[in-house]
Ligand binder design. Structure first.
Ligand code: RDL
Ligand code: RDL
Length: 155
């Protein structure tokens, strides 16, 4: 039975994990999901690392929301690097689903980006675990999460 650890934040303005869990359980009906929530992105790396070890999860997903200010962007840089280190140390994939608040002006568009990114990256986690062949088939096809696919460049 596959086990997926999830950490998200109260800082986020959309409950992205809920949408990702919906996709994960559709693709992997037997999966066990363990979820924790922390205040902000800088609290995620230690929480997900501890949870992955304690629960012996096979893979993880983290959900971050980055505000519009320079301080927020610096926080994201620190967080993102820490998440890479956690993955290298655990030797397990932890998909990073992050929405930057300045990706869109309207709340409607931000919501659409957040849900689409969460759902598509949940599928990506399934593919990383069970269907790496499908990802290889998609190599070079300009896939995007949160937006329509950019598509391939053929020349
Ligand atoms: O450890 C407590 C906080 O420092 C931590 O929760 C931070 O992640 C909070 N935080 C910031 O301090 C900040 O400047 C966050 C952001 N920006 C941000 O853009 N998104 C967050 N947290 O999730
Ligand atoms: O762990 C899931 C994703 O976070 C990871 O696949 C990222 O590499 C996806 N990604 C971004 O989040 C981003 O802001 C990518 C880019 N930009 C990018 O420019 N090129 C990528 N991925 O290959």
């Amino acid at each position: 039975m596959v086990k997926i650890c999830i950490v998200d934040t109260t800082f986020a303005r959309v409950d992205m994990a809920r949408h990702a869990i919906d996709v994960l359980l559709n693709l992997m009906p037997g999966a066990r999901i363990v979820r924790r929530t922390v205040p902000g992105i800088k609290d995620i790396p230690v929480e997900i690392k501890r949870l992955m070890k304690k629960e012996d999860c096979d893979a993880g997903m983290v959900f971050g929301w980055v505000g519009r200010t320079l301080n927020d962007k610096i926080s994201y840089g620190v967080y993102s690097l820490a998440m890479q280190l956690v993955q290298l140390e655990l030797e397990k994939h932890i998909i990073d689903v992050t929405v930057h608040e300045d990706e869109a002006e309207s709340e409607e568009e931000l919501y659409r980006i957040a849900v689409d990114r969460a759902r598509k990256h949940a599928e990506n986690l399934y593919l990383l675990l069970y269907r790496p062949d499908v990802l290889t088939e998609r190599a070079g096809t300009g896939r995007r999460q949160g937006y329509p696919d950019a598509g391939p460049i053929t020349w």
